[in-house]
Design a protein around this ligand. Structure first.
Ligand SMILES: [Zn+2]
Length: 284
């Protein structure tokens, strides 16, 4: 599933290949891709025709294209969505759900999605921040991200720190993998009560989150130079760089203790029993 680094890779590709161009025509090839657009496939296509793309933006795992009259094209890639830019004459694969052509006759943009969990919609007055995602907190790379506010809100919550990291209304873009890796780097147990975190601990955690996401972003940069806007599979980068996630029983890279796996919200939390001591009071 595409996470923040993969979605950011797509955003950079869109910035390079789509910004500044004007949409000529939109074909919706599967109605499900615009299921959240109240105007339906024909209304969506009509709204998009003639729009010029001003910017490519992202918040968490959502992407949007800011359009010329303060509108936005909002997209979520779901489980398997891809936004691909290429020769407009190439064959149409069966998984293409929507196709955008441009007035310059150059490369087209295709939303392909095998599992059709992804979606797009046209949002009037949404260029700055589309209404449907206004409740999602900024991610740590956005200029509007406020570390002091996050620290304050963390200490007000009575929850475990991993739950807090996954709460998209507090901080966006951190998934299960990044949460475990960042907590390990910061030396904090995942069930540590947020109200007991002191200032230096919050700073250390935030630095670790940025570091993990930043490294993943760098790894996502490999496909930038071809005319291909893609999401990268998870395996390439994470296989090499994971310290604890998915590594139950293997030695902690810092201290050698076997990595521990605990059940967590129907999934798992991985941690080092030595580097991330279990708190006396814990929010499981
Ligand atoms: Zn360790």
């Amino acid at each position: 599933m595409p996470e923040l680094p993969e979605v950011e890779t797509v955003r950079v590709g869109l910035e390079r290949h789509v910004v500044g161009r004007t949409v000529a025509d939109v074909q919706v090839l599967h109605p499900r891709v615009v299921r959240r657009d109240l105007a339906g496939p024909a209304g969506f296509a009509a709204a998009m025709a003639g729009r010029t793309v001003k910017r490519a933006e992202r918040r968490g795992k959502y992407l949007w294209l800011a359009l010329d009259d303060d509108e936005a094209l909002l997209a979520h890639l779901g489980m398997s969505g891809q936004l691909l830019v290429g020769d407009p004459d190439r064959p149409l694969s069966p998984h293409v759900r929507a196709r955008f052509t441009f007035t310059d006759g150059g490369p087209d943009l295709r939303f392909t999605d095998q599992r059709t969990f992804g979606h797009m919609c046209f949002v009037p007055d949404g260029a700055e921040l589309p209404g449907p995602i206004a409740h999602i907190a900024p991610d740590p790379f956005e200029p509007s991200f406020d570390p002091a506010a996050l620290a304050r809100r963390l200490r007000q919550r009575h929850t475990g720190v991993k739950r807090a990291l996954l709460d998209q209304s507090l901080i966006s873009g951190v998934g299960n993998i990044y949460a475990d890796e960042a907590l390990w780097r910061a030396g904090l147990h995942w069930a540590r009560p947020t109200e007991t975190l002191n200032g230096p601990e919050v700073s250390r955690l935030l630095a670790a989150v940025r570091e993990v996401l930043g490294e993943a972003l760098t790894a996502g940069g490999t496909s930038f130079d071809s005319l291909y806007v893609d999401v990268n599979g998870e395996s390439g980068y994470f296989d090499r760089s994971l310290a604890v996630y998915g590594r139950e029983g293997l030695p902690c890279p810092k201290c050698g203790a076997p990595v521990r796996r605990d059940p967590f919200m129907n999934r798992s939390a991985y941690s080092c029993p030595q580097c991330q001591p279990r708190p006396r009071r814990a929010h499981w």
